[in-house]
Write a protein that binds this ligand. Structure first.
Ligand code: SAM
Length: 245
């Protein structure tokens, strides 16, 4: 029997999230078993919140693209929420192999392609209004994006969404208040998208935030990026659903 994560483990704020773990994770009445080897992103509260919000959305019959699938936690939910076909991307093939393992372990039978691709540069993306996917879903790198422009993955996701998602399709992603919520909303709306907050939660900072002075400086400059309650820094986690024009 695979151990279920205790609530405090879900809010584990450990190091770089690339540590190995085998656990069960529950979303509503869906329980999944996950093996995460060293070197694959171990789901954090951001991913857990995105998973909980996916339960509020219907993907019946859709071909869904997930960027940066990691261990496949959201892909399993997308299949349970009705997706008929999945395209899952990662920057390195060994991460896709872990997702493949977890989808098989959880008996996902939706047709699934595993693609190594650099973020929105996904084979099949289209510049001419006939983008192939019904929805794109992601938990984009941010605090550890490794980019000079920390929001790189969020901004390119929004700016390139029309190359990935058909007109009338959806962009669904999670971001922290630390990543500047008004900026994301303005960018989506300036691209003609109709934006809805699916749901919001909040939680304490992860320990590694305090290990990156540049991150803390940037956060201090973003209005409303965090609040401090009883001496504990908290961020908000927001899942957006944006419908493309
Ligand atoms: C925040 S993690 C999310 C992982 C998983 N979806 C989850 O929520 O647990 C971001 C993922 O994006 C992947 N990634 C990083 N850079 C990427 C890139 N340039 N293109 C595609 N994926 C990338 C990472 O390997 C990582 O698995």
């Amino acid at each position: 029997m695979t151990p279920a994560r205790a609530p405090e483990q879900v809010h584990e704020r450990h190091g770089d999230n690339l540590y190995p773990e085998t656990f069960s994770q529950t979303f509503g009445d869906i329980e999944m078993q996950l093996d995460v080897p060293a070197g694959v992103w171990n789901p954090t509260p951001h991913g857990v919140h995105l998973g909980n919000m996916l339960l509020r959305l219907d993907f019946t019959g859709e071909h869904v693209l997930e960027l940066g699938t990691g261990c496949g936690i959201h892909a399993i939910l997308l299949a349970r929420r009705g997706a008929r076909r999945l395209t899952l991307t990662e920057i390195e093939a060994h991460v896709n192999e872990n997702a493949r393992h977890n989808l098989a372990k959880n008996e996902v039978d939706a047709a699934t392609e595993y693609v190594v691709a650099d973020w929105t540069a996904v084979p099949g993306a289209s510049h001419s209004g006939d983008a192939p996917w019904d929805s794109v879903v992601t938990n984009p790198p941010f605090a550890k994006s490794g980019k000079r422009h920390r929001r790189y993955f969020i901004d390119t996701l929004i700016l390139d969404a029309h190359k990935l998602v058909r007109p009338g399709g959806r962009l669904v992603f999670v971001q922290s208040s630390m990543a500047d919520v008004p900026r994301s909303v303005a960018l989506m709306e300036s691209g003609g998208m109709r934006v809805r907050v699916v749901g919001e939660t909040d939680g304490p900072f992860r320990d590694y935030y305090f290990e990156d002075p540049a991150y803390l400086r940037e956060m201090a400059a973003i209005p409303g990026s965090y609040d401090v309650r009883d001496g504990v820094h908290h961020e908000r986690l927001i899942v957006f659903e944006a419908t493309l024009p």
